[in-house]
Design a protein around this ligand. Structure first.
Ligand SMILES: CSCCC(=O)C(=O)COP(=O)(O)O
Ligand code: MG
Length: 235
C-alpha cells in the first residue's frame, strides 16, 4: 500500500488508448447504426431525452431522421457533445456485447493502472465519452475487464475538458485538494485547464497517435512522456 495521498485522473482517447481505435472503429460503428437506433429506440425515455436536447438546439420540431443526420455530421467533426456522446455509448453497448470489437488499451497503460491500483492509488477517468461508454470501454478492453481498477468516472456532464472549472468540480467531488490530483491527457488545452485548477499534469505524447513529437513550446510547460512508463503518481 502507498502512503501517498495522490490520486490519478486519466483521459482515454490518445492517453490510455489509441486515437485510431476511437476514430476508425467506434465512430464509424456509431455513425452506421445511428439512423436505425433512433428509429427503433427513439421512444425510450433514456434515448428521447438526448434526442430532444439536440432538437432544441436545432430550433425545435425536428424529425428524428434529421437529428440522426445532424449527429452523423457531428461524429465526422468529432464534436464532444454530451447528447451525442450519451447516444454513442448506447450504440456501442451492442457492439461490445456482440463481440464486434474490444476496446484498445496500450499495454503500458494497462500495466501501470493495475500497478497503481495494487499500490492503493485511487484511479479516476475523465473523458468526453459518456460514463456508461467509459465503463463499457474498460469493461471490454483488450486487457480484460478493468472497471474494478477505477474509483470513479467523469464525463462532460461535469463540464468541458478545456474549462478549469470542470477540474475544480472534480477535485471537490473527490474531496481532495486539486494539487493531489495527477491528470494525464494527450491534449495540451485540457492539461492547461487542469493546471489552472491547481492539478499536476503529464502530457502523454504517443508516437502511434502523434507521429511528430511535441516540443517544449507545444507541451506548454507540462511534463511530457511517450507512455505511462516513468510516471510515479506517488511523488
Ligand atoms: C470512452 S468512449 C470513446 C471515446 C470518445 O467517445 C471520446 O470522445 C474520447 O474523448 P477523450 O476525452 O477520452 O479524449
Ligand atoms: Mg484524449
Amino acid at each position: 500500500m502507498t502512503t501517498s495521498n495522490r490520486v490519478v485522473l486519466t483521459d482515454i482517447e490518445g492517453t490510455t488508448s489509441s486515437i485510431s481505435f476511437v476514430k476508425d472503429v467506434l465512430f464509424p460503428f456509431a455513425r452506421r447504426a445511428l439512423p436505425a437506433f433512433v428509429k427503433v429506440r427513439g421512444h425510450e425515455p433514456a434515448v428521447r431525452k438526448w434526442l430532444d436536447m439536440v432538437a432544441t438546439e436545432l430550433g425545435g420540431m425536428c424529425q428524428d431522421a434529421m437529428i440522426a443526420e445532424v449527429m452523423q455530421g457531428w461524429i465526422d467533426e468529432d464534436r464532444k457533445h454530451t447528447a451525442l456522446k450519451a447516444l454513442q455509448g448506447m450504440i456501442w453497448a451492442d457492439g461490445y456485447r456482440n463481440g464486434d470489437f474490444t476496446a484498445h488499451i496500450y499495454p503500458d497503460a494497462a500495466q501501470a493502472l493495475q500497478r497503481w491500483h495494487a499500490e492503493g492509488i485511487p484511479l479516476y477517468v475523465y473523458s468526453s465519452g459518456s460514463v456508461p461508454a467509459q465503463r463499457l470501454f474498460f469493461g471490454h478492453s483488450d486487457a480484460g475487464d478493468l472497471t474494478g481498477l477505477f474509483s470513479g468516472w467523469f464525463d462532460t456532464e461535469i463540464g468541458g475538458k478545456r474549462d478549469f472549472r470542470s477540474y475544480d468540480r472534480i477535485a471537490s467531488e473527490l474531496d481532495v485538494p486539486a494539487a493531489h490530483v495527477l491528470f494525464l491527457s494527450d491534449v495540451v488545452a485540457e492539461l492547461d485547464a487542469a493546471r489552472e485548477a491547481g492539478m499536476d499534469t503529464v502530457l502523454i505524447d504517443r508516437r502511434e497517435d502523434y507521429p511528430e513529437a511535441r516540443d517544449a513550446d507545444a507541451a506548454n510547460g507540462h511534463r511530457r512522456l511517450e507512455s505511462f512508463e516513468g510516471i510515479d503518481p506517488a511523488v
